[in-house]
Design a protein around this ligand. Structure first.
Ligand code: GLU
Length: 479
């Protein structure tokens, strides 16, 4: 047992989709609050909505949280394995007179909703008097009616004390008797969420602003169950650069997409933490370890956060430049394992060389774009006809002539950086040619185009045999 003064936070995702940036922020903030306070962080999978669960959803969320560097002290708990606990609580609320059965069909509820609409009133479920008994519920069930359980809402206003948004008043006429148990016997999200938070000792709840309008339900449920109220902090909305709410359904803002697109988790974490939080001193660069020292709920703002992909790219560029070589290599191999690129992932020395040569890249995806051609089968890459014309064919095929001579020079060279450099420099001097006049024909011959990493680096990655084979293939092109 943890002492009740210990801060306990949780992340309770529903496995109805992937872990997107908004969810990752809730997880990160909740984790940071717990870690900073020396408290506990719990992972709970809210998988009671059978129809909306996606297969493998929970596993994918867990994978993504781990990739971000988050860990948990308890869990993952699965709500689907706790159904008897919710059933007991629902029964307790019925027995205490805090909840009651209702059995309208969807069509009947629709009629009531329409009536409210016509009368220009907000729909509130009309609580029957007297309340239906268990026997009434049984009869309704036998008659094929959907039997749900509704919570009796209090007749006085409820105040949500939120640590970000302040006091939020919910008037009595804004609340209605909401469903806590569905017709299939499953608890609703509200019931299961509140029961678990209470039983798991969660005393600080952080979640997105979109839940703020529902929090009164959790407060009244806790009151009815006799549980103490936790602290609440709702996190501001995240908008895209066009000012639209970032949607859970935007596949490109899910954590795994960023991983596959070649971002480092440390850059993503640093970017995500600034979506609504700022330490107030213009400092923007933080590692997870530093965040554990400085993160404070008091520094979470109310204003909408902006999801600025360019900023994330800039963070990633810096994070890659700052990463230790081993760290970068591991992350790059992870990137390669998730993508279909011509770069082989099994030769660490070669990959380290590639990373060095591509230094300054923004995401790992820039690397295959830049050097992928060096790993394609020699006969597979295409020659850019414009490049061939400009660099090789022009001036009576002067470039081809240089290339033919260079083939001889290179064929006798030992394949070491300094030696290659010396051979090519020698050749330039003897022929009174500039490095550009010599490097470009080789570049076009071995990559098919006019842009590649520095020429010696390019040749080092290619190796002796591939370089010569490609030059031969080029020399066979029609002049
Ligand atoms: N299962 C809910 C969701 O993923 C959790 C909401 C909450 O934090 O209470 O949306």
């Amino acid at each position: 047992m943890t002492p009740s003064s210990t801060i306990k936070t949780r992340f309770p995702p529903s496995p109805t989709g992937t872990l997107h940036v908004g969810g990752a922020r809730t997880a990160l903030f909740s984790w940071l609050v717990a870690r900073r306070a020396g408290g506990h962080f719990i992972l709970r999978i809210e998988d009671t909505d059978q129809a909306r669960n996606v297969p493998g959803g929970a596993e994918a969320i867990i994978r993504d949280l781990k990739w971000l560097g988050l860990d948990w002290d308890e869990g993952p708990y699965l709500q689907s394995q706790r159904l008897d606990i919710y059933a007991k609580h629902i029964q307790k609320l019925l027995d205490a007179g805090h909840a009651y059965y209702a059995f309208e069909t969807a069509e009947e509820l629709d009629v009531l909703r329409k009536q409210a609409q016509e009368a220009k009133q907000a729909f509130r479920y009309p609580r029957p008097d007297p309340l239906p008994t268990a026997a009434d519920a049984d009869r309704a069930r036998s008659a094929g009616k959907p039997v749900v359980v509704r919570l009796k809402c209090p007749s006085q206003a409820v105040t949500v004390e939120d640590e970000v948004f302040g006091e939020v008043q919910v008037a009595a006429d804004q609340m209605d008797d909401f469903v806590i148990c569905k017709a299939n016997g499953y608890p609703t999200y509200h019931l299961a969420n509140v029961v678990d938070d209470a039983l798991m000792g969660i005393n600080f709840i952080l979640r997105g602003q979109e839940f703020l309008g529902q929090t009164w339900r959790h407060i009244v449920l806790r009151q009815a169950l006799g549980y103490p109220q936790p602290r609440y902090a709702h996190l501001p909305l995240i908008l895209d650069m066009q000012g639209k709410k970032l949607s859970k359904r935007d596949a490109d803002v899910d954590v795994h997409s960023f991983r596959r697109a070649g971002f480092l988790p440390e850059a993503l974490v640093n970017f995500i933490v600034l979506l609504g939080w700022s330490p107030g001193d213009n400092r923007e660069k933080f590692s997870l370890a530093q965040l554990r020292e400085v993160f404070d709920v008091a520094d979470i703002g109310k204003s909408n956060a902006r999801f600025d992909l360019e900023k994330l790219r800039a963070f990633n560029t810096d994070a890659c430049a700052d990463a230790a070589p081993d760290r970068l290599l591991t992350a790059f191999k992870d990137y390669l394992s998730l993508n279909d690129t011509p770069i082989p992932a099994d030769d660490d020395n070669l990959l380290a060389q590639v990373l060095e040569v591509c230094k300054g890249f923004r995401t790992f995806a820039d690397i295959p774009a830049k050097v992928g051609v060096l790993f394609q089968a020699d006969a597979d890459f295409e020659y850019d006809t414009k490049a061939v014309k400009k660099v090789l064919r022009k001036n009576d095929a002067a470039g081809f002539a240089v290339l033919a001579q260079l083939r001889e020079v290179l064929s006798k060279c030992d394949w070491q950086h300094e030696i290659l450099e010396a051979c090519i420099n020698d050749y330039c001097r003897t022929k009174e040619l500039s490095m550009g006049q010599v490097a470009q024909p080789i570049r076009v011959a071995v990559t098919g185009r006019t842009v590649s990493p520095q020429i010696i680096d390019t040749l080092m990655i290619l190796g002796h045999d591939k370089t010569l084979a490609r030059i031969d293939r080029c020399l066979d092109l029609p002049r």
